[in-house]
Write a protein that binds this ligand. Structure first.
Ligand code: NDP
Length: 306
């Protein structure tokens, strides 16, 4: 039986693994569907303490992984299909078959990009519609693209794409960005980025052609409908927590985030860290911080429970 199974390998899971390994708990990490998590999709990380200059997101998480490996952390390239977390022995079932039994489980499965939910968006997914600017941006060199959203992700995507695309149009449903001022100011002063305020996407054009040719937009204040010619659409409207494997096992809030108190979930011996339990901060550094907390809580739980 394992002492600690950690589900997810972003900054939360890896920090939990480093702490658990150094406490001699011999943790095993289940990589999940996106090893390294969302950080692998970002470019420059400027706000992770300890780096005077920006650090590449992929490099940052890869360094954390090597640090964990140095302490003997084991990694399983698999995903979790189901869990049974009620008893003192927890069972974690794996997608590729087989179960792990553990005394404690740390859930660090993060969150996944949200989409608009339009049929046209679905039809043109991978044919010009993407939720990952750093993955797909290079397909749009020298052509116009749009970014949907008004948060920090949308700003980061718009700035990244502005270095590749001929023009970037940010479409936001309100008249002010949610993003931090520093990011919003960079977008507003970029020469080849323009913003369409108070607008929602009604349709990604043109499903009949099987490629993106533009957006049909609606001004939510005036009701006016208009089109914008773009060849790529990057959706950056937030994230949904990855908690499908824990429904019925752990208390979740209305949006599906795991409910925690100091990383403790509704089940003794089960802890959660990072974006899967964080609807407010969602930073790499807060994910790492809660990963540390979860490992310390797991250690404390095992000491208290023999
Ligand atoms: P956010 O939830 O912060 O922003 C989502 C944006 O999408 C909002 O502007 C929202 O509009 C808009 N939106 C949501 N749903 C829809 C919809 N159905 N149609 C149209 N627009 C919609 O998510 P982010 O992914 O941007 O950021 C998540 C967290 O990660 C934040 O805490 C952010 O600060 C952080 N982050 C930090 C970075 C950094 O520091 N470098 C980089 C990236 C993210 P509205 O404002 O009207 O609600």
């Amino acid at each position: 039986m394992e002492q600690v199974v950690i589900i997810g390998s972003g900054p939360a899971g890896l920090t939990a693994a480093i702490y658990a390994a150094r406490a001699n708990l011999s943790p095993v990490v289940i990589d999940g569907m996106q090893p390294g998590g969302q950080l692998t999709q970002t470019t420059d990380v400027e706000n992770f303490p300890g780096f005077e200059r920006a650090v590449n997101g992929f490099e940052l998480v890869n360094t954390m992984r090597k640090q964990a490996e140095r302490f003997g952390v084991r990694f399983l390239m698999d995903e979790v299909s189901a869990t049974e977390l009620s008893g003192s022995v927890k069972t974690v079932s794996l997608m590729m078959g087989g179960d792990l039994q553990a005394r404690t489980v740390i859930v660090a499965t993060g969150a996944s990009a949200r989409y608009l939910g339009l049929p046209s968006e679905q039809q043109l997914m991978g044919k010009g519609v993407s939720a990952c600017a750093t993955c797909d941006g290079s397909f749009f060199k020298g052509v116009p693209v749009a970014v949907i959203g008004g948060g920090d992700t949308a700003m980061e995507d718009a700035l990244y794409l502005s270095r590749l695309a001929s023009r970037v149009t940010v479409v936001h449903r309100r008249d002010a960005f949610r993003a931090s001022k520093i990011m919003a100011d960079r977008v507003l002063s970029a020469p080849n980025i323009d913003v369409v305020w108070n607008a929602v996407v009604e349709e990604v054009l043109d499903p009949a052609k099987g490629e993106v040719t533009g957006l049909r937009l609606k001004n939510v204040v005036t009701g006016e409908r208009f089109e914008r010619a773009v060849q790529g659409v990057f959706v950056a409207i937030g994230h949904t927590p990855n908690t499908a494997a824990f429904a019925g096992q752990l208390d979740l809030d209305a949006e599906g985030y795991i409910v925690t108190t100091d990383t403790r979930t509704s089940r003794p011996g089960v802890f959660a860290a990072g974006d899967v339990q964080d609807r407010h901060y969602k930073q790499a550094v807060t994910a790492a911080g809660t990963g540390c907390m979860a490992a310390l809580e797991a250690e404390r739980y095992m000491t208290a429970n023999g």
